[in-house]
Design a protein around this ligand. Sequence first.
Ligand code: C2E
Ligand code: CA
Ligand code: CA
Length: 581
Amino acid sequence: MRDTTFGVQPVLLIVDDQVIDLKTLSTAVRDLAQIHIARSGHEALEIARQCRPDVVLLDIEMPDMSGFEVCRALKSDPETSDAAVIFVSAHTHTDNELRALEYGGVDFIQKPLNIPIARAHIKAHLTLRNEAKRLARHDALTGLPNRILMHELTEQTLHKTRQNHEQVAMLLLDLHNFKIINDSMGHAVGDLVLREVASRLSRSLRPMDAVSRQGGDEFILLLPEVIGFDVVVDFAERTLATVALPLLIQGNRYDLSASIGISLFPEDSSDVESLYRHAESAMYQAKLSGRNRYCFYSAHIETRMRARHLLERHMRDALEEGVFEVFYQAKINAQYNQVMGMEALIRWRNSDGILISPADFIPLAEETGLIIPMGKYVLLKACKEMRKIHELGFCMTISVNISAVQFREESFLQMVKSILVESELEAKFLELEITEGVLARDIDNSRETLFNLRSLGVRIAIDDFGTGYSSLAYLKRFPIDVLKIDQSFVRDMLTDKSDSAIIEAIIKMGQALGLELVAEGVETQEQAAALLEQGCQIMQGYLYSRPVPFAQMCSFLSSEFKANILPATQIEDVPPVGFEH
Ligand code: C2E
Ligand code: CA
Ligand code: CA
């Protein structure tokens, strides 16, 4: 756990009007402390207020103020009153020594200086001060930082955070049934309980986090460098679970529970005081809602986090139960009315039977890593179902969306290989759709993965083309087969000149590089006609087919549309366009 206060050097102020004595003393102890010097009493008071010394070496005989007067002034100022004052004097009168102690000095060093002895005295007082400071800032029972140190740590953390634009979470944890245990089993047992909770909390922290005992059965946890509130939710849930683990003391079992209030800098609190106040008010809120609860101060964050958490949990369950479905949308060659292939699109039907759009859950699946098993599930299902379509006598490709998280996963290539084996689908019938961003992020690794996919025989399409980097350079450097023109351009191409100009440019670029072009989101005959005229033949969109379940796609292929739109292999007198290479 972080405890920065005691890693810092102690501070020593040496006050003497004799330059030679100042030099001798500061050279003798320069390895023991951070040294400040003053040549007069007034200067000493001014510097002391700034450097807050742990120990002051104070000459008694000085022209402007005597050492005794300086000592009195130091002791009456709360900013400097903690400093241990050691007087230094050439007088040999015992009177002087007694007066030194009366004025609040702790020790007396005789001039002319005996350096080894002076050094030993100074060192002993620095060590004592340090220990006193440590004790004053730690809880004697648990050894954790106390409220004073936590306040300092929070101040330091916020200071740093203001510069880094990061976030800080403060969690105030209050035990529920501690008082009952303490009253019924005695304080000795109560102490053991608090020590055990302190050690459990300490063990759950990252190195930069801090925990303190505020007094009674209240603890504060301070989490700096927080990225995303769900980290805080996870931490709060883990902490509640840790506290709730059964506790065995002297053969008796105790079950504790706690409430946690959470405030966040800078979201809902702008300084140390408001962080505390808001954590406390959130903690009372948590207490009201029952045992083992946490609560954010900000209702807005609370609602958002709960919804996300719920969604994540449902997503995990849905994956385990295999309730995700894969829908298919046909890709049509509008010139020859051929079905060239289809795109697999994941669907999630919630318990009310309502379909949830992938746009609503894919981003969270990517953040939580659930996209890995989810993407694998879609790929396997899509390959197997395409194999069934081949068995029905239709020959076409299946396109599957691959998220950046999946693509960058180490086992990605191996996963694709094993799915091709398991589904018995020939690699040339599989097309993976990735976005431009995936390629731009890590060029060397992406190139290697793409070349490995190419050597398997898998095709690569760039999805949503035109919305990202759209750089000719990478189109040339990467083994790409297809450009999918983003639906946003198609939507407005008939009314917006710049959109139709972008489409024209993409088509020219694709043709020059010998790439297949697919227009997405084609909804009207007019759009289809304009695209055809510009040279893009393959289209996908509601005009031809919405994404539909597998069974519906099979009947689409074999019945109604047969008269107008035929699967590629059913038409013999047209050349296969952009299909088999
Ligand atoms: P996308 O890959 O660009 O997929 C095309 C989206 O456009 C689909 O939305 C499709 O239903 C919709 N669409 C197709 N034709 C039309 C049309 O004529 N008009 C309009 N307005 N929309 C049309 P969907 O299925 O909601 O998917 C949204 C996005 O979610 C996809 O965009 C894709 O990025 C992602 N996604 C879907 N399934 C998967 C998956 O299995 N894995 C991954 N990683 N992402 C997926
Ligand atoms: Ca796609
Ligand atoms: Ca797309």
